[in-house]
Write a protein that binds this ligand. Structure first.
Ligand SMILES: Nc1ncnc2c1ncn2[C@@H]1O[C@H](COP(=O)(O)OP(=O)(O)OP(=O)(O)O)[C@@H](O)[C@H]1O
Length: 869
């Protein structure tokens, strides 16, 4: 087959001949009116049309020139044009005389641009535009054309038949406003830039196809279009513009003429065609085609969809991305000195790599529940953990919601491995735990600041260069559902906001990076105090489905993204800076394999992360502090639970000889009995066998099991256990009050102490002395004689009455609050600012001597919460 350009030259020559012929005929006609018979003109035109059609057929093979009717469906695709070779396309038909019509080709991809002055609100123009796109798409090999649709006239309707390609991300989603147009121009300019840098040979054609330029498009945009028209063909960037040049009111500066462009201009419902680009001219006077053109008809219904379907599925397969393909081939090969980088998924045909560095130090991730946030975060974290060794990167992971997002990073009973980079992992965390993590990060930030100062440098990269001995891995702190930190708008919320703000503003300099994820950030901003927006520190936004809250309010790009797709925006969410990236689902087998690979490569002896699982019961037998207790301790501790803090340190009360060293557990929850069990059992461990007496009183049925277990364990530790029932309580306390001096180490453990009140408050015959007086004597003077009371009162008020009113509170300094209201607790201890919201598996520990309050997970006997539920 003759080359396209030589065929075109022939067509041009023929056209010239036709043009000359028409001119000559016209002159002849004028001179010798009707001398020649009409039939001879008709025959000339018919012959001429035949020649032109033959020439057109040679430059418009297959899809480029065929009728777009049902018969086109069976045509082979991808063989009529090639990437990098100029292509002509059928744009219409010209008919110089009745019965003589020829196809009109115009140079297109690889050669030039096409513009038509009527926009695609005209259905004829819309069909014509669709036809040109379909021809190019079907003629080129799969993947050789990427279209950026613009439609300021019909809100994208012109491109609707191609939607499968949009969904498969072969084409961009149509943009309908001027910001969208500018993003499209950016992308085209970027390709031109890449091409000019010398690496264009792999690039597909990038075609800006516009049904109508959006309102608001001005001289600057037209100038950019003109520049793209000029530089585009060399970079495989082309234009197909309907409604160009746009008409304007009187005085309107008409847009610049576009280089390398064939113009179609409306004239009496037909169109004239300008000189096409190239050296060959249709008309010696540059007048274009001498004959008006009927626009080529659009494709029949369903044809576009039928052609797009296989292209879209092929693209999906080709662009598919799986978890394994995100992971580097070799692990731990990179240095984090200058920042972190990670591949998060596919952007079109390429990979999308994002940074946690000086430019994008922190990320904000949004997405409604079920949008794939957890999957996205796992992709990112596994990618980072695979690129950088634990010497280069550590992670603090915090999740507030129910679920197991970060459980992957921790050892479990089924799989004892973990991700060696994880330092702390919080699952279903409390806000207090979140605060503890923020405090830990702040401490680390201050430590780093000091090291930088000492070394006289300002950047971590310089510090690392000068002091390779210093451990200075980058830190990535991920907080999923971070808005939970601020629920309640209370003191804790204010503290969290301040800590987060500090980390966000200064973290970048110290290699500390935040990734905050949430369903919503509405209302969060108000908590931050400093002038400019805290989220200004988070230039990189990742919006998953329904996560448009992290984008600018005018940016709706995340409204319709499917699961598995993220809108990445590194300009703080502004419209026009969106990139669509597909990230893979986490396949359990691949994830497990990667975790094992990382775990096996850890430094021998490196320990697992400190894990906080909010839902987990805490059992004293598993507690490392309890396991270490022995009779040689200096001051005895009663263990009551584990603090909601990093590493879950044991929470305890020192029971020494100071006044008030007794414990009152308050609240109706039966966990009160378990706490006494833990306190008694831990104390028993701190006395030599037989050296202490434990007096157990179980006054309510709900505590019997706990009391029995306590007795059993203490007896097993060879201590003396006395079990007193309700009938003996008064006598025992009276006896104890009278013999305190000789009692020796004694623990009075009262399960359901409130049930004894009725018995204790009765006066002895003939006196005003009551059993409560004896109890108060024991409380007041017991500690100095080695006698301590551990009591569980189901109501705070009853407890206060029993000890003789709130003035006697100094006699019981150690309080564990269970399910009593925050108000009651505040009133009891005289601290009205105390924030306590009773909830399952939590208690508040208050030591009035050291002014300490601490949220704890109370120790329970295994299965207690199952029974409570
Ligand atoms: N890239 C993806 N491709 C296919 N499916 C995905 C992808 N990402 C997530 N999913 C699926 O979407 C569902 C929700 O994902 P995920 O649990 O990550 O959402 P989430 O936003 O964390 O939800 P929630 O906040 O409710 O926990 C899962 O079933 C997951 O398998």
């Amino acid at each position: 087959m003759a080359s396209a350009s030589s065929s075109f030259n022939r067509a041009v020559a023929l056209h010239r001949e036709a043009s000359a012929h028409t001119e000559a005929a016209r002159a002849e006609l004028a001179r010798r009116e009707s001398l020649a018979p009409a039939s001879s003109h008709a025959a000339t035109y018919a012959r001429l049309a035949e020649q032109l059609n033959a020439a057109a057929a040679s430059i418009l093979p297959g899809w480029l020139g065929c009728d777009l009717d049902g018969s086109a469906r069976s045509r082979k695709m991808g063989i009529n044009a090639q990437l990098g070779r100029s292509m002509h396309v059928r744009i219409g038909t010209a008919s110089p005389a009745p019965g003589a019509a020829f196809l009109v080709p115009a140079p297109f991809l690889g050669a030039g641009h096409i513009a038509i002055d009527r926009d695609a609100r005209d259905p004829q123009v819309a069909g014509w535009l669709q036809g040109l796109l379909l021809r190019a798409l079907a003629a080129l090999p799969e993947g050789a054309l990427r279209v950026l649709p613009v439609d300021g006239g019909t809100l994208g309707a012109v491109f609707a038949p191609f939607r499968q390609l949009v969904e498969a991300q072969v084409w961009r989603r149509p943009v309908i406003d001027v910001d969208g147009l500018r993003a499209v121009l950016d992308e085209a300019e970027e390709q031109i830039g890449v091409s000019q840098s010398g690496s264009a040979h792999e690039l597909p054609y990038l075609l800006i196809a516009s049904g109508a330029l959006p309102a608001g498009c001005g001289g600057g945009d037209h100038a950019r279009l003109a520049a793209i028209a000029h530089a585009g063909p060399a970079a495989r960037v082309h234009l197909l513009l309907a409604g160009y040049p746009p008409a304007g009111p009187a005085g309107f500066n008409s847009p610049p003429r576009l280089d390398y462009t064939t113009y179609m201009t409306e004239q009496d419902d037909l169109f004239t065609m300008s000189e096409p680009p190239g050296r060959e001219q249709l008309d010696a006077h540059s007048g274009g085609l001498a004959c008006p053109v009927h626009l080529a008809a659009g494709p029949v219904d369903g044809l576009i969809e039928a052609i797009c379907r296989p292209l879209a599925s092929a693209a999906r397969v080709q662009h598919s991305v799986d978890f394994t393909s995100l992971m580097p081939k070799d692990i731990w090969t990179e240095s984090s000195a200058g920042g972190l980088r990670v591949t998060i998924g596919r952007e079109g045909r390429g990979w999308c790599e994002l940074g946690l560095d000086d430019v994008t130090p922190h990320w904000l991730v949004g997405g409604r529940t079920g949008s794939g946030k957890t999957v996205f975060l796992l992709d990112v974290l596994y990618g980072l953990a695979s690129r950088y060794s634990p010497d280069e990167l550590v992670m603090y992971l915090l999740d507030f919601k129910e679920g197991v997002s970060f459980a992957d990073f921790t050892p479990t009973p089924i799989d004892g491995t973990w991700i060696p980079h994880a330092r702390t992992v919080g699952i279903e965390s409390d806000r207090e735990y979140g605060m503890a993590v923020l405090r830990e990060l702040s401490r680390e930030m201050n430590r780093r600041a000091l090291e930088l100062k000492k070394a006289g440098v300002t950047r971590i990269v310089d510090l690392r260069a000068g002091r390779p001995d210093l451990a200075m891995p980058r830190i990535v702190a991920v907080i999923d559902e971070f808005h939970v930190l601020f629920i309640g708008n209370d003191r804790l919320a204010t503290q969290a906001a301040a800590a987060l703000e500090d980390l966000a503003r200064k973290g970048r300099s110290y290699g500390i990076h935040l990734i905050l994820a949430s369903q919503t950030i509405a209302g969060v901003e108000a908590l931050f105090t400093k002038g400019e927006s805290i989220f200004g520190q988070f230039p990189l936004r990742v919006a998953l489905a329904g996560g448009g809250g992290v984008l600018d309010h005018l940016n709706d790009a995340a409204d319709n993204v499917p699961i598995g797709t993220a809108v990445i925006n590194d300009a703080a969410g502004v419209n026009g800076a969106n990139r669509l990236v597909r990230f893979p689902n986490t396949e359990p087998a691949a994830v497990t394999a990667q975790r094992h690979r990382l775990w096996q490569s850890r430094t021998p002896g490196a320990g697992p992360p400190a894990v906080f699982a909010g839902y987990a019961e805490q059992h004293i037998d598993d507690d490392p502090t309890f396991q270490r207790l022995n009779a040689k301790v200096r001051r005895r501790q009663a263990l009551v639970g584990r603090a909601v803090d990093i590493g879950l340190p044991a929470a305890s009360f020192t029971l020494d000889a100071s006044p008030g060293r007794h414990i009152a557990v308050l609240g109706p929850s039966v966990v009160g009995a378990d706490i006494l069990h833990a306190a008694a059992v831990s104390l028993a461990r701190q006395h030599p066998p037989g050296a202490a007496t434990f007096v157990l009183m179980s006054l309510i049925a709900a505590a019997d099991h706990a009391a029995d277990d306590t007795a059993e364990k203490i007896q097993a530790a060879n201590h003396l256990v006395e079990v007193i029932d309700a009938s003996g309580v008064r006598r025992y306390i009276k006896g104890l009050a009278e013999t305190l001096d000789s009692a020796g180490p004694t623990y009075l453990v009262i399960f359901g102490a409130d049930a004894a009140s009725g018995l204790l408050k009765i006066s002895e015959p003939g006196t005003f002395h009551t059993g409560l007086d004896d109890l108060r004597t024991v409380l007041r003077t017991g500690p100095s004689r080695g006698v301590h009371v551990l009591g569980w009162w189901r109501g705070a008020r009853r407890f206060v009455d029993d000890i003789g009113g709130s003035t006697n509170l100094e006699d019981v300094a150690c309080i564990v609050a269970l399910n009593i209201s925050g108000n009651d607790l505040g009133t009891l201890i005289g601290d009205y600012k105390l924030e306590w919201h009773a909830r399952p598996n939590r208690a508040m520990v208050i030591d009035r001597h050291d002014q300490k309050t601490q949220l704890i997970v109370p120790f329970v006997r295994p299965g207690t919460y199952d029974q409570v539920d």
